[in-house]
Design a protein around this ligand. Structure first.
Ligand SMILES: [Zn+2]
Length: 404
């Protein structure tokens, strides 16, 4: 008699993506959409009207991991095994991506932004996740990014040359990509404790990428770390800076003024610091890693104080960074940096949805019921986030809880 995904839910407390509500609340979900929210417990009356009524301690919007690579398996920490992984046939890599997206969803991560892969597996997963009955996290896919020949990023980007080539490639990629990924710099040289290579694009060239992407209605997410690259990224107005290690106050001020987002991705660097034996880092390099992480945390705190838009993204798929589970580690890093939990949860739910152009970024009447139920309030014990009791996906379908 009831349409699918239609029920009422009474919760003791909840977080709407912006604010915490510390009072019992009744919600009506109709056909996977949140239809009404009313203060108080109206469960008995609704049972009388024939509604299926469920109860729970705490409800919040589904989490969004703003930076993942679905086709990479983060659980693998053997670098030989990791490079062998990439040599597998497309179908095997696609299966890895399916497992990643399923694991994300089981952990309450109802949406991910895939930061690039060479094969377009992320586009395929985006389609599969939309099909009815999928148990996959929704995928915002950047497809293939753009980079310079012979420079970092071959696993996720295509090479571009002169200005014409930049513009025509970006226009072409914008047809299928939800955003344009710009590989602006390489990665950190941990032994040197710095980004040692020059940016792959000048300010003018990065502006060409941004202008062309914006003209096609697409945002730009830029892989970027190090002072030189950050000057180019913020100056060109890329919509989000990914990683952004060696951040500085001037760049943050520009980001705030231009409304650019920052996804600091602590996880991959934190893994290298926490497990130095895996890569065989020297004591001196471990010291560099600690210093880099501490400076990163200080800049994250500053960014929060200055009002820069922040996105929680894990870079899941990187060594030691597991899809779904890494979200809670990244949240811990944000908390260690001194951000209040409400701000961290905003960066893990509403801010990415807003950045992605979701017209209903909050858990409010009219929004799809993409939600996570917890056994207690994370404002009392944040670790309850790690064991969601129930997850409702983007279609408002209830899933079994994650296996811890
Ligand atoms: Zn990445």
């Amino acid at each position: 008699m009831n349409p699918p995904n239609t029920f009422a839910l009474v919760v003791d407390q909840w977080f709407d993506g912006e604010q915490r509500h510390a009072q019992r609340t009744t919600m009506k979900v109709v056909d996977g959409r949140l239809e009404a929210v009313a203060a108080g417990d109206h469960g008995d009356a609704l049972i009388g009207q024939g509604w299926p009524v469920e109860r729970g301690a705490f409800l919040m919007p589904g989490l969004v991991d703003a930076h993942v690579h679905l086709f990479l398996d983060g659980a693998s920490t053997d670098s030989k095994q990791r490079s062998e992984h990439l040599k597998q046939p497309l179908e095997a890599l696609t299966d890895t991506a399916r497992r990643s997206a399923a694991q994300a969803l089981a952990n309450g991560v109802t949406g991910v932004r895939d930061g690039g892969d060479r094969y377009g597996i992320n586009h395929r997963l985006r389609d599969e996740a939309r099909s009815p009955g999928s148990a996959l996290s929704q995928v915002r896919s950047v497809g293939l990014g753009v980079k310079r020949a012979k420079r970092y990023g071959a696993f996720m980007a295509t090479d571009v040359g002169d200005d014409d080539s930049i513009r025509s490639s970006v226009r072409e990629l914008a047809r299928a990509n939800d955003e344009i990924k710009l590989i602006l710099t390489g990665i950190i040289d941990f032994d040197a404790g710095a980004v040692t290579d020059e940016p792959q694009f000048t300010l003018e060239e990065a502006r060409s990428v941004v202008e062309t992407a914006h003209a096609a209605g697409r945002k730009v997410m830029a892989h970027c770390s190090g002072f030189k690259g950050l000057v180019v990224a913020a100056g060109a107005g890329v919509d989000s800076i990914e990683h952004g290690f060696f951040m500085d106050r001037t760049t943050l001020a520009l980001m705030r003024d231009k409304n650019l987002a920052w996804t600091p991705t602590f996880c991959p660097v934190h893994f290298q610091w926490a497990s130095p034996e895996v890569a065989g880092w020297s004591a001196q390099t471990v010291g560099h890693l600690r210093r880099i992480l501490d400076a990163h945390a200080e800049h994250l705190h500053l960014a929060h104080q200055m009002g820069v838009r922040l996105l929680v993204g894990t870079d899941a798929g990187s060594m030691g960074v597991e899809h779904g589970r890494a979200m809670f580690d990244e949240i811990d890093r944000f908390l260690e940096a001194g951000l209040p939990l409400a701000a961290v949860l905003r960066a893990a739910t509403t801010e990415p949805r807003r950045h992605f152009g979701d017209p209903q970024p909050l858990l409010a009447p009219g929004a799809s019921f993409e939600a996570v139920q917890l056994a207690a309030s994370p404002f009392v014990d944040v670790q309850v986030l790690r064991q969601p009791q129930r997850v409702w996906d983007a279609a408002g379908r209830r899933l079994p809880a994650a296996v811890p």
